[in-house]
Design a protein around this ligand. Structure first.
Ligand code: IPE
Ligand code: IPE
Ligand code: MG
Length: 251
């Protein structure tokens, strides 16, 4: 069976079950290992990973997922060699230039979450463009996490709260979970239902620490450039087999 046909068959099985995660988050990992296995430079692994982004966006649209969050570049990734960081920034520009029209036409709203002040001017301009050009869409929201670290996001929320208290807009007793969540980059989106990490690593690497309190985790051994629609659907089928209890007793 062709990979496309296999993917369609998995999609049909998902539909029979019915429960679709509203928000899927993915830690896209393994580009470097994918390149190394082929004796290629790491940036070529990242370039191949762009195809996987295309494929999962297509898969998410077919599923009817409302929110897709992709971890593309972490705050800690700035410590990588300048050549690799430069290649990743150029790929971000290239991805936006190539995909913006199709994303707009398919009803995808793109947002970019993270410390964007550190982006190169060209990458920042591309980011502004895709956000502006897709802002009116509402079929799928694609959250691209770039220059993002979850602890830094929580520190930022704490500072915003401290400022509100110091300037008299709020009392310390008003600080609750909602007040913190409202000051995260993800303020207006539901917590992820499903978090996928590729390349077999069993860690969260500073992604959405607050937001994944009750998220279902799925680790795929597939390296990101080999991840596609079929692998996304396999993760969703696994999700459909989970029982989410949120600390309560089973139904
Ligand atoms: C994920 O692939 C992409 C980024 C973190 C930018 P890696 O570059 O981490 O690939 P591995 O983990 O070294 O294989
Ligand atoms: C996490 O992958 C960050 C992204 C996928 C963007 P890393 O490759 O940076 O994480 P570690 O270093 O293996 O924990
Ligand atoms: Mg990695």
């Amino acid at each position: 069976m062709s990979p496309e046909k296999h993917a369609d068959e998995l999609l049909a099985r998902i539909r029979v079950h019915g429960a679709i995660p509203r928000h899927v988050a993915i830690i896209m990992d393994g580009n470097g290992r994918w390149a190394r296995e082929r004796l290629l430079p790491r940036p070529l692994g990242h370039r191949s990973g762009m195809q996987s982004v295309r494929a999962v966006v297509k898969g998410a649209l077919a599923l009817g997922v409302e929110w897709l969050s992709l971890f593309a570049f972490s705050q800690e990734n700035w410590q990588r060699p300048a050549t690799e960081v430069g290649a990743l920034m150029s790929l971000l520009e290239e991805y936006i230039a190539r995909e913006v029209d199709e994303l707009r036409e398919k009803g995808v709203r793109v947002r970019v979450l993270g410390d964007l002040e550190r982006l190169t001017p060209a990458a920042a301009a591309a980011v502004d463009r895709v956000i502006r050009d897709t802002a009116h869409n509402d079929r799928l929201t694609l959250n691209l996490f770039i220059s993002y670290g979850s602890r830094a996001e929580i520190v930022r929320a704490a500072r915003l709260l401290a400022r509100d208290v110091a300037e008299g807009r709020m009392s310390p007793d008003d600080i609750d979970e909602e007040a913190i969540a409202a000051r995260l980059y993800t303020a207006d989106c539901p917590d992820p239902d499903l978090l996928i990490r590729t390349s077999g690593e069993l860690r969260v690497s500073n992604f959405l620490l607050w937001q994944i309190a009750y998220t279902e985790l799925y680790i795929s051994d597939v390296l990101w450039p080999d991840f596609g629609r079929r692998e996304l659907y396999e993760a969703v089928l696994a999700f459909q087999g989970r029982e989410r209890r949120f600390g309560r007793v089973s139904a």
